[in-house]
Structures are given as C-alpha cells and as structure tokens.
Design a protein around this ligand. Sequence first.
Ligand SMILES: *[C@@H]1O[C@H](CO)[C@@H](O)[C@H](O)[C@H]1NC(C)=O
Ligand SMILES: *[C@@H]1O[C@H](CO)[C@@H](O)[C@H](O)[C@H]1NC(C)=O
Ligand SMILES: *[C@@H]1O[C@H](CO)[C@@H](O)[C@H](O)[C@H]1NC(C)=O
Ligand SMILES: *[C@@H]1O[C@H](CO)[C@@H](O)[C@H](O)[C@H]1NC(C)=O
Length: 185
Amino acid sequence: MERRILFASAMIFLLAIAPVYAQYYSKTVTPRPRREKMTRLHFFLHDILSGQNPSAVMIARPNITGSAISFGTLFAIDDPLTVGPQPTSKTIGNAQGMYVSSSRDPAMFTAVMYADFAFTSGRFNGSSFSLFSRNPSSPPVRELAIVGGRGKFRMATGFALIRNSFLNFTTGDTIVEFNVTLYHY
Ligand SMILES: *[C@@H]1O[C@H](CO)[C@@H](O)[C@H](O)[C@H]1NC(C)=O
Ligand SMILES: *[C@@H]1O[C@H](CO)[C@@H](O)[C@H](O)[C@H]1NC(C)=O
Ligand SMILES: *[C@@H]1O[C@H](CO)[C@@H](O)[C@H](O)[C@H]1NC(C)=O
Ligand SMILES: *[C@@H]1O[C@H](CO)[C@@H](O)[C@H](O)[C@H]1NC(C)=O
C-alpha cells in the first residue's frame, strides 16, 4: 500500500518536472573572435558503377526514353577516397551521398552532387566536409562548393578543384582528382 503511494507520488513528481525539460530555450551571445585555419587536401575519388560491388548505384530514373544518365537520374554513392589514382591505392576515406543528372541538355551532362566526404585515417580521422555543388562534364577542371563540415572541419567552407583522372565511357566508371581548400576553426 505504502509502496503504491510512493510510486504514485513519484509518478506525479516526474510528471510535474517533465515540462521543465521540454521548455523552449534560447540564448544569444557574441562569440569571441576565433582564428580561422586553412587546410588543403589532395586525394582521388573512385566512382565505380560496374562490377559486382559498385560504389555508385542508380536509385531512380524518370520514365522517359533516353540514355542511362538522362536528366533526372539519381545515384547513391559510397565512393572510396584514395591517396593515388590507382584502384589499389591506400583508402583514406569515403564520400557518401547522392548525385542527380541535372541538365535538360543531353549534350551538357551535369551532375549536382550532395555528399559527405569522411576521413578514416590520419589527422582528420572521424572528420568530414559536406559538398553541395553542380559538377558539369566540362571544362576539364571544375570548381565545387563546400558548405560545411563535422569534427575538425566543423563550420568549414571552401571549394574543391577537380579533374577526371580516368573515365570509361562504356561503364561510366570515373576516377576524379580532388584538390580541396577548406577554411575552418
Ligand atoms: C511509363 O510511361 C509509359 C508511357 O507513358 C506508361 O505506359 C507506363 O505505365 C509508365 N511506367 C511506369 C512504371 O510508370
Ligand atoms: C579512426 O578512428 C576510429 C574511431 O575512433 C578508430 O577505431 C580507428 O582505429 C581510427 N583509424 C586510424 C587509422 O587512426
Ligand atoms: C592539384 O594540385 C596539384 C599540386 O599543385 C596539381 O599538380 C594538380 O594539377 C592539381 N589538380 C587539380 C584538379 O586542380
Ligand atoms: C571500359 O569498360 C569496358 C567494359 O568493362 C571494357 O571492355 C573496356 O576495356 C574499358 N575501357 C577502359 C579504357 O578501361
């Protein structure tokens, strides 16, 4: 009996304090100025559509006749990032996300890429940056925007200059060289 009362009063107590935790909270302060750092990264991304274990897979396409990469086709990626251009080169991270074929002009293939580039070794193990940009098929060197990051790259902004180091037009397999410049704290 006593125990039941105790339990009941405990429940009432919990119910009474629960709304405190659910209270809306907001506080604005002026942060102290922080010193910005700049980091440059160089690596290769392997976007492999062929074979038994592809790193890029088509997940949706419009119901229209056209090529395999026509406007509206969406791919999911988990692309390895390596030190060198060879597929056997040491893996240092992976880019996970999506890209969508975004140009209505079939002569001007463009992919808009939404991906999180995470590192699994070295100084930036566990950190990642977020890329959100269009990637046209020309010119040879393209610039992509970097809009954020996690871990050591928290609050990062920056850009990537990229160039195809290998492209198989039959399979769509691509190896891309990345020169990344990141501004972060
Ligand atoms: C694709 O489009 C064709 C022609 O409009 C239509 O007959 C067919 O049902 C569509 N298929 C799907 C899966 O929507
Ligand atoms: C990277 O970090 C993970 C998780 O903290 C750890 O398990 C792994 O050993 C680290 N790898 C390297 C190469 O430092
Ligand atoms: C990346 O930087 C290296 C060294 O400066 C340079 O040789 C290479 O051409 C650059 N690649 C791209 C795609 O900007
Ligand atoms: C491109 O892929 C096709 C099909 O796997 C293969 O036959 C061809 O040799 C490849 N070309 C290059 C340049 O690797």
